[in-house]
Design a protein around this ligand. Structure first.
Ligand code: DGT
Ligand code: CA
Length: 364
């Protein structure tokens, strides 16, 4: 049996890059894609930024005000997130990538694992060619660049993809794992967050190489059996997780802050109708239908409440979605003694659309 060959494809600075392809004239300027809370002009956080902005210190999650301060004397472009568009582009790319894989697993909006073992006969040399072809195809179809990591499993492929960004390609063959892994800081491993990192540092474990040399029994004593063994194996690049398509069992949701706390139904529906449109665009792009419609509300006192209803017949129709959301909120508003601060819509019970189902839904 030969080694598996797994690729991780990670789209570069995804939201900001999509914005650049829409308007190429901004691509040599700092581009910052923001989630505006709407409370005051610049309240909210940075979703992502292009590499021009990153070089000047802008990071995901940073307050918009801080990003503006860092880019004060530049011709930076600040844009609001356009989730529907990113999801459309993502769905197109994911559909295209499926054809390149024996098995396929999307992770988040802009990453996917491809098991390509069979189609290249387990040969890492051919993996490089396939990765280049994939990059070219994504570029031709969408003008976007991506970074690709190739390895004998998902863990190694993920680490490889992070080594060279943007527009990178890094291949780690089984015999190269130790050389690549040893110098890397431990937080390059999934499941090593800030707290674990601190704990490891007190054990004088700073790099993945330090972790690999550390006594496995001691790791188990400190982190427990499951995590201790995971860290031990991960540091050696061992991972047997299969690449497999996630079920459609997930949900799609949108939630946003109202300009002011309110119990005014029309004000609320203005927001939720917009959210329904975005969710509908994602359903269309992914050819999904929904069975359950939910609403979410964060009240004035920050408590969270939700309501939902399951439909007799699954649908992907926007008017049905908006209608159910309206009915749920109508009832909810009359029952509520507190004003609403944030409102959202969540659809679940998702399934692939079948041709005969489409006919049924058009009669709802
Ligand atoms: P990369 O892969 O390092 O070139 O950069 P991105 O921007 O593709 O980063 P990644 O892969 O971590 O995230 C994919 C998208 O998810 C990104 O374009 C925007 C969104 N995102 C990432 N981090 C945050 C965050 O902290 N807040 C919000 N709202 N969105 C985020
Ligand atoms: Ca990315």
């Amino acid at each position: 049996m030969h080694d598996r060959v797994i690729m991780l494809i990670d789209l570069d600075y995804f939201y900001a890059q999509v914005e650049e392809t829409r308007n190429p004239s901004i691509s040599n300027k700092p581009v910052v894609v923001c989630v505006y809370s709407g409370r005051s002009e610049d309240s909210g956080a940075v979703s992502t930024a292009n590499y021009v902005a990153r070089k000047l210190g802008v990071k995901s999650g940073m307050p918009i005000v801080l990003a503006k301060a860092k880019l004060r004397n530049t011709d930076a472009v600040f844009l609001p997130v356009n989730n529907g568009l990113y999801e459309e582009v993502s769905a197109r790319i994911m559909n295209l990538l499926r054809d390149y894989a024996d098995s396929f697993e999307q992770v988040g909006i802009d990453e996917a694992y491809l098991d390509v073992t069979q189609r290249i006969g387990g040969n890492f040399q051919d993996a490089a060619k396939l990765a280049q072809t994939t990059k070219k195809e994504i570029k031709t179809q969408t003008s976007l660049t991506c970074s690709i990591g190739v390895g004998p499993n998902k863990l190694v492929a993920k680490i490889a993809a992070d080594i060279q960004k943007p527009d990178g390609l890094t291949i780690i063959r089984p015999e190269q794992i130790a050389d690549y892994f040893s110098p890397l800081p431990i937080d390059h491993l999934i499941r090593v967050g800030a707290k674990t990192k601190e704990k490891m540092q007190t054990l004088a474990i700073n790099t993945i190489g330090d972790l690999a040399k550390y006594d496995v029994q001691k790791l188990i004593d400190v982190f427990g059996k499951t995590l201790g063994l995971y860290f031990h194996n991960a540091s050696a690049g061992i991972d047997n997780e299969p690449v497999q398509e996630r079920g459609e069992a997930e949900s799609i949701s949108r939630i946003s802050t109202l300009k002011e706390d309110t119990l005014d139904l029309s004000f609320i529906l203005e927001k939720t109708n917009q959210q329904c449109k975005e969710i509908h665009a994602e359903l269309e792009a992914r050819t999904l239908i929904l069975r359950t419609v939910g609403i979410i509300a964060v009240m004035k006192d920050i408590s969270i409440r939700s309501r939902s209803r399951s439909l007799e017949i699954p649908t992907n129709r926007l008017d049905v979605l908006e209608g159910v959301v309206k009915e749920l909120f109508e009832k909810f508003v009359t029952e509520s003694n507190l004003e609403f601060r944030r409102v959202g819509v969540k659809v679940s019970g998702l399934a692939r659309e079948q041709k005969n189902q489409k006919q049924l839904t058009s009669f709802i």
